[in-house]
Design a protein around this ligand. Structure first.
Ligand code: GDP
Ligand code: IMO
Ligand code: MG
Length: 439
């Protein structure tokens, strides 16, 4: 049971998942950090260092890309599970940075021996494919995520964390480098490039292997036992459900199942143990990278949202595209992820806008639809049908109780809950953990 300063409570059960319902950056990090107090285990189970989760604690801001946002809570075990693709250098840098800021990391961090490892050739592939897209660029984070997942599914060129400790690792790198050179050299990568230097890569990764050795274990077994013993597990989704490789705005998606569909596959925890899914949304919509965005406001309204919400990517610092809340899209992703309750974040950003729009339907080729189209070309053609609600002029970052919000803000939240057919359980009015209203 989480209790904030305003003494309101959120019911928690094990296991609980926190899932972004838009195109990522919904402030999942803040919610996970808040809920962590009442959990024993926090798990990242998909994605990799494409994620950037912000946690603000006691005035200090932390940006996490691979380490679960539960790391600040003593006695919580943080797990990087098998579905994550891991850049070992990024992981070690993140551990070092957190330690330098006083965060203790030892046996409270576990890394799956089944997690796949990102290698320098994955970064080259990500860069090259972004530079010569077949259409509009996906605009990836260039962290090698797609190429690593591609090799995982392709199997023959994949290396998992556990492989680093087995004999034959050196030969495996040599064989993969040879195969990768056949693909990368014709695309302009020099055969002398460090990304194709098998001996140097072997040395570098052998060093990483020693450094990560204390954290590596069979996390699937650990989590299965924990779930069976009803330990309180919190699953931290990365990205957002609209970026899900199967159910999102393909091909402008990431390479993992970032909706609720990915929880069991990525963590190894059977679906029957997932007792609650909390969907996280911004009070508006943002997107980084390419792809259709029906409610985008590429105009002064979008700029106001960007300025007030400091909407610049946590990972790449790219300006985020901003727009109105899309209830068609979120109703779809809430259903897809089996969401039980919603956390509405960054409500404070909407203060001062004279009126607010919510997309309640789309018009597709002259017909009004309320479902989310499966094909990206249809999504490009839809025109949002908006409902307009009055805005509020007051700043609300200090508000801690629902009844103290301006009437228009409460009406806005009520309408969102109605359109999403889901209760709103938390409202966030600022980045700090205290700036939270439990409904
Ligand atoms: P995540 O990837 O879903 O964890 O989200 P990010 O960390 O990438 O982006 C969310 C940003 O919003 C971070 O900079 C947070 O500190 C900030 N933030 C979180 N909640 C609020 C809020 O209620 N209001 C404001 N203004 N900022 C918030
Ligand atoms: P968090 O966890 C927002 C986007 C990229 C790009 C697409 C594919 O912080 O919410 P990738 O590098 O994954 O192949 O890029 O997905 N993307 C994100 N957008 N938040 C994220 O993570 C994202 N992770 C990937 O911008 O459009
Ligand atoms: Mg983020």
């Amino acid at each position: 049971m989480i209790v904030l300063t305003n003494k309101r409570k959120v019911n928690l059960v094990s296991a609980t998942a926190v899932i972004g319902l838009q195109w990522g950056d919904e402030a999942k990090g803040k919610i996970v950090d808040l809920l962590t107090e009442d959990h024993e285990i926090v798990v990242r189970y998909q994605g990799g260092a494409n994620a950037g989760h912000t946690v603000v604690r006691q005035g200090q801001t932390f940006k996490l890309s691979l380490i679960p946002s539960g790391i600040f809570q003593p006695n919580v075990t943080c797990v990087i599970a098998s579905g994550v693709v891991v850049n070992l250098k990024t992981l070690l840098d993140e551990i070092a940075l957190l330690r330098s800021r006083g965060v203790s990391i030892s046996n409270n961090l576990l890394l799956s021996d089944r997690a796949h490892v990102i290698f320098p050739w994955h970064l080259e592939e990500d860069r090259i494919l972004n530079e010569c897209p077949s259409g509009e660029a996906i605009g990836t984070t260039l962290r090698g995520i797609g190429p690593c997942y591609r090799d995982k599914v392709g199997r023959s060129h994949a290396i998992r964390v556990g492989d680093l400790f087995e004999s034959g690792f050196k030969e495996r790198i040599e064989a993969i480098v040879q195969a990768k050179a056949r693909f990368l050299v014709p695309l302009g990568v020099s055969p002398d490039s460090p990304s194709l230097d098998a001996a140097a890569i072997f040395r570098e990764y052998s060093g990483y292997a020693e450094a990560i050795r204390p954290f590596v274990c069979d996390t699937t077994e650990f989590l299965l036992t924990a779930a069976e013993r009803e330990r309180r597990i919190l699953l931290e989704g990365a990205q957002g459900a609209l970026l899900d490789v199967d159910h999102g705005t393909f091909p402008y998606v990431t390479s993992s199942n970032s909706s609720g569909a990915g929880i069991s596959a990525g963590s190894g925890i059977p679906a029957k143990y997932i007792k609650k899914v909390l969907g996280v949304v911004k009070a508006y919509t943002t997107r980084v990278g390419g792809g259709p965005f029906p409610t985008e406001q590429d105009n002064p309204i979008g700029q106001t949202i960007r300025d007030r919400g400091n909407e610049y990517g946590t990972v790449t610092r790219r300006p985020r595209r901003c727009g109105w809340f899309d209830a068609v899209a979120v109703r779809y992703t809430a259903r897809l992820s089996g969401v039980d309750a919603i956390a509405v974040m960054l409500l404070d950003v909407l203060s001062t806008l004279p009126e607010l729009k919510i997309c309640v339907a789309y018009e597709l080729d002259g017909e009004r639809i309320t479902h989310f189209p499966s094909h990206v070309e249809q999504l490009r053609r839809v025109k949002p049908v908006y409902e307009t609600l009055p805005g509020w002029s007051e700043e609300i970052q200090h508000v801690r109780r629902l009844q103290d919000l301006p009437k228009a803000a409460r009406a806005y939240l009520d309408r969102l809950a109605e359109l999403l057919r889901c209760p709103i359980e938390m409202v966030s009015v600022g980045p700090d953990r205290e700036q939270t209203i439990i409904c």
